[in-house]
Design a protein around this ligand. Structure first.
Ligand SMILES: CC(C)(COP(=O)(O)OP(=O)(O)OC[C@H]1O[C@@H](n2cnc3c(N)ncnc32)[C@H](O)[C@@H]1OP(=O)(O)O)[C@@H](O)C(=O)NCCC(=O)NCCS
Length: 180
């Protein structure tokens, strides 16, 4: 279990399905990130058992209430979706329920995950990608020190449409300068 000032990052549990559905059914969350809104508690349970069972995938839990209100994780290998990503590198992904937007909670979670990537897992670079127009997500990356790397056009999203995706990267060297 990982903690920050306001959050606990812990593996997803089957008993989180109801909370997950409450936030992930909102069409403001999934589609901008490339996945469909959840359609039922059973659907959310299935995601917990499959997608969220991957290593380094965390429920973003508010310390104040104990409720999981979002997800953040580090993806390796097959989960990576740019050919530019190399061995010893990873990608961070995240979302948080609409009622909690704008409180800096995801930047807080991402900064802790970056610490895990570089100081605990010994990675050499961490990537983060956002689809064109997702300014909110780009702001998270900028606040956490990521720098623009490249753009991939005409990419097939998991939802079947074609999108432009911008990739940001933070190297181990850049990270060590940030934390000074
Ligand atoms: C992107 C996201 C994770 C940001 O999380 P967060 O904890 O709200 O992050 P922040 O509080 O730092 O806010 C980031 C930006 O969102 C925007 N924002 C904040 N609150 C907002 C609100 N209530 N309504 C609309 N936009 C808002 C602002 O542009 C803000 O940047 P700023 O601090 O420079 O003003 C969240 O908006 C989200 O889950 N979006 C949908 C899923 C998604 O896009 N995931 C990433 C896929 S790449």
């Amino acid at each position: 279990m990982i903690t920050t000032e306001r959050l606990i990052l812990r593996p997803w549990k089957e008993s989180d399905a109801e909370s997950l559905y409450k936030y992930a059914k909102d069409p403001a969350i999934g589609p901008v990130a490339g996945w469909p809104p959840h359609v039922s508690i059973e659907n959310s349970l299935e995601i917990i058992r499959t997608v969220f069972a991957a290593p380094e995938t965390y429920a973003v839990v508010l310390k104040a209430t104990g409720e999981p209100v979002g997800s953040a994780g580090i993806m390796f290998g097959d989960g990576l979706h740019s050919a530019e990503m190399a061995c010893g590198e990873a990608e961070i992904g995240y979302w948080i329920g609409v009622p909690y937007w704008g409180q800096g909670l995801i930047p807080e979670a991402v900064r802790r995950l970056l610490q895990r990537c570089f100081e605990e897992l010994g990675l050499s670079a961490v990537w983060c990608g956002y689809y064109e127009g997702n300014t909110k997500s780009r702001r998270v990356m900028e606040k956490c020190g990521f720098r623009y790397h490249h753009t991939e056009k005409d990419k097939l999203s998991p939802l079947g449409d074609r999108r432009t995706e911008h990739f940001m990267r933070l190297t181990q060297e850049e990270y060590s300068l940030l934390s000074k």
